[in-house]
Design a protein around this ligand. Structure first.
Ligand code: BGC
Length: 763
């Protein structure tokens, strides 16, 4: 083929697959050399071999879903040898991946390398804070760095591909999977989505320490009714475009090479067969050139949803809609060939899907050296290194949010203060590793007890009491978790220790397997005897610091009223205890801000700061005919963007470059922030807007920019932001993305509720 002809084909493909506005998307740039190689290979492939590239099985030894029926190990091995398995998930380790790869390469006709995927959600073996926690740092660069480490460790263990980042905007704390994402805001979520993709994929996907990202779950999984996992979603195109899709788009723009379907339906159509999502938006408008993998058996589940009569029907619907790879669905391999032969599916659709899968394999460099990731030596030297743990510690302390600190109870003194440390979670070395923990070594986290012991000058100043048992039988395979509500052994001892201490640090929260996939709850209060313990401790000592370890927003209403200091420490990973101790003793001044609203009670859910006005907003007077509850207020207990420091900050001099701008112009915003306290600290300066009148209703506030600054005690800084027309744009009534003329309010402040306010007009 001549170079010119080749260029035409590539250009034609690119034009077909993207609209003008997405041309800059790195996803739409194809490498002509790779495209020729794919064409050559495609021309040699049988239909069976093509189907094989679209097929993914799990290793039989580690599964995250229902075990496949009738797929014996021998059958699996035979299929790999015949080139019928293009990918596997849950095969890990340099040795295992090498062996599996060898099976494909030494036996299959065309020797196409397999691609190995795994859920590396917040670390491979060095565990970083769960993603929701890490989003509390408001430092996307931190997420890029932790994802980089996760990629280096995974690649050293033979993996090519992680099923991350999870970028689902989530507004409902009942959903166990809120821990996997970056919270409720599309803007913050977009920055974290892009950062994680860049961390996993690096600058060069063909390097042997970068892995392919998989953006999931496409789409709207975070909007399942009642937060009950896998449940139904019914949302408008307006919400889809304005709220749900931005982080996906950001991840695609950052160059993510794979996407994953979501389990849920939207308005009657399961996402796995949603042509509008997959073909119109992802592969069309956004020019996405990578491939889409189904979620675990989400093609097979089309039968159970009730939209496919049999697996053949399911395969047809999925491939037509743009799902390219069948994860554990057993639908593509038995059916695609017949569907093509019967002309029910056009061969060009199969070819396009195969081309996409092969493209990622070429981009990863697997055709140059299919074993380059399988290096036992690297596996021994690059995983769980002191450098990686150092980044995990930095990430841990940066993810902590100080929710309350009355009377400056914190920071604690390292000596001369008798500290009672109470609670089973305080000594737990496993819970901080979190849900979705990849290859974390069980019970390998630094516990809070250990972290405090390391930090304190005299170990005798710290007395630990375990309190009552939280859960009986902590195995993740022993679901549902059984919370102890009857055995009060340990409470009396804990109360005695608390009574004799100057200050109490009380660890409360959730077991890590209370959150994650399939762990939805109807109640978000403290489980077991934790509330009882808390009240008993508060009755004998007023100086109580609660350290929370959890994976979702909790109902902290009683605590917020009755406890002077509350530290939100999430599930922080390998270095949890050290990170928390850094904050408790003031070696690190906390600067985290909540990426989700904390409700007053479960009945407020879904709760999010960027809600709509409604025609009858509650103006605080609880007018009976306003949109309100009669038994609780509308607002969050701790709002989005909220978090304290050991110092204080004052905002002044909010200025705009102009109170009126024309389309195409920019608004320059400046504000002065002063550290008015006694110690150095960091502040996340947040900018919100409200578009007062639109062709469709607009949120009462929307985060549009933020900056994390460091200030010495007494120091001040002018913080500058720039808003472009694009920042004011949204998907309006005509389903176009554009800024509409009119008035805007603008706030700059420390969270989504407080701040200085001004306004401007877009002409
Ligand atoms: C989850 C995905 C995950 C997949 C593979 C599914 O149950 O929804 O997020 O990547 O399993 O483990």
């Amino acid at each position: 083929m001549t170079r010119k002809l080749l260029l035409l084909i590539v250009l034609g493909y690119a034009l077909f697959s993207c609209k003008p506005e997405s041309v800059s998307n790195s996803n739409s740039q194809l490498n002509p050399e790779i495209e020729t190689k794919i064409s050559d290979l495609l021309s040699q492939m049988t239909l069976d071999e093509k189907m094989g590239q679209l097929n993914q099985y799990t290793s039989q030894w580690e599964m995250t879903g229902p075990a496949p029926q009738g797929a014996s190990q021998q059958h699996l091995l035979d299929q790999i040898k015949s080139g019928l398995v293009g990918s596997m998930l849950n095969v890990t380790g340099a040795e295992a991946t090498r062996k599996t790869q060898t099976l494909a390469l030494e036996n299959s006709r065309l020797k196409i390398p397999m691609i190995f995927g795994y859920d590396v959600i917040h670390g491979y073996q060095t565990m970083f804070p769960i993603p929701l926690a890490e989003a509390s740092s408001w430092e996307p660069e931190l997420a890029r760095r932790s994802s980089r480490v996760a990629a280096i460790e995974s690649a050293a263990a033979g993996l090519h591909w992680t099923f991350a980042p999870m970028v689902d905007v989530s507004r409902d704390a009942r959903w166990g999977r809120v821990m996997e994402g970056s919270g409720e805001d599309p803007y913050l979520g977009s920055l974290f989505a892009a950062a994680r993709v860049k961390g996993f994929q690096g600058d060069d996907l063909s390097a042997n320490n970068t892995i392919a990202a998989c953006v999931k779950h496409f789409a709207a999984y975070g909007f399942i009714e009642a937060g009950r996992d896998y449940n139904t979603v019914d949302i408008s195109e307006n919400t889809l475009r304005n709220v749900i899709l931005p982080p996906f788009k950001a991840a695609a723009d950052a160059g993510a090479v794979t996407f994953m379907n979501a389990f849920n339906e939207i308005g009657g159509t399961p996402s796995t067969i949603n042509t509008h999502l997959l073909r119109d938006i992802l592969k069309g408008e956004w020019g996405f050139n990578g491939f889409v993998v189904s979620d675990w058996n989400s093609i097979g589940e089309l039968l159970i949803h009730g939209v496919a009569a049999d697996t053949k029907d399911a395969a047809k619907l999925a491939i037509k809609a743009g799902s390219d790879m069948d994860m554990e669905g057993y639908c593509f391999v038995p059916n695609l060939k017949t569907l093509v032969e019967e002309k029910a599916v056009d061969l060009s659709l199969i070819d396009d899907a195969v081309r996409r899968v092969l493209r990622v394999k070429f981009q990863l460099g697997l055709f140059d050296d299919p074993y380059k990731y399988c290096d036992e030596n690297k596996e021994k030297t690059l995983i769980l290194t002191p450098e990686n743990l150092q980044i995990a510690r930095e990430a841990a302390r940066k993810s902590i949010v100080l929710l309350k600190n009355e009377g400056r109870l914190l920071p604690l003194r390292k000596e001369g203060q008798k500290i009672a440390l109470i609670g089973e979670l305080a000594a737990d070395k496993d819970v901080p590793l979190g849900s979705w923990r990849a290859k974390a070594i069980t019970s390998s986290a630094i516990s809070l007890l250990e972290g405090m012991q390391h930090a304190m000058a005299s170990p005798t100043d710290l007395i630990f009491a375990k309190g009552p048992v939280f859960i009986s039988g902590q195995s993740k395979f022993n679901l549902p978790l059984e919370f102890n509500t009857t055995d009060r052994t340990g409470i009396a001892e804990a109360v005695k220790v608390a009574r004799n201490a100057d200050v109490v640090v009380l660890a409360l929260g959730e077991n890590c397997f209370q959150t994650g996939e399939g762990r939805s709850q109807t109640d978000i209060k403290l489980k077991g005897l934790q509330q009882e313990l808390l009240e008993a401790i508060c009755a004998v000592n007023k100086n109580v610091v609660v350290v929370l370890m959890n994976g979702r927003p909790l109902d902290l209403s009683w605590m917020a009223e009755n406890v002077p200091s509350i530290v939100e420490a999430w599930h922080l990973g390998s270095e949890s205890g050290n990170g928390i101790a850094d904050v408790l003793f003031g070696d690190y001044n906390p600067a985290g801000k909540l990426p989700v609203s904390f409700p007053r009670n479960v009945g407020q859910l879904p709760l999010y700061y960027n809600h709509k006005s409604t025609g009858r907003p509650n103006n605080g007077d609880n007018n009976v005919f306003s949109s309100h509850f009669t038994d609780a207020s509308n607002d969050a207990l701790f709002p989005f963007g909220y978090g304290l420091s050991y110092t204080t900050f004052a905002y002044s001099d909010l200025k705009l470059s102009s109170s009126e701008i024309s389309k195409g112009e920019k608004v320059q915003v400046s504000v002065t922030v002063k550290n008015t306290g006694l110690v150095a600290g960091q502040e996340v300066v947040q900018l919100y807007i409200r578009d007062l009148v639109g062709s469709t209703t607009r949120p009462v506030k929307e985060l549009k920019a933020f900056e994390k600054i460091s200030l010495e005690a007494g120091g001040s800084q002018v913080v500058n932001f720039e808003l472009t027309e694009n920042d004011l744009a949204f998907w309006g009534a005509d389903n176009q993305f554009r800024a509409e003329s009119g008035d805007f309010n603008l706030w700059v402040g420390p969270n989504s509720v407080e701040g200085l306010k001004t306004s401007f007009k877009l002409k």
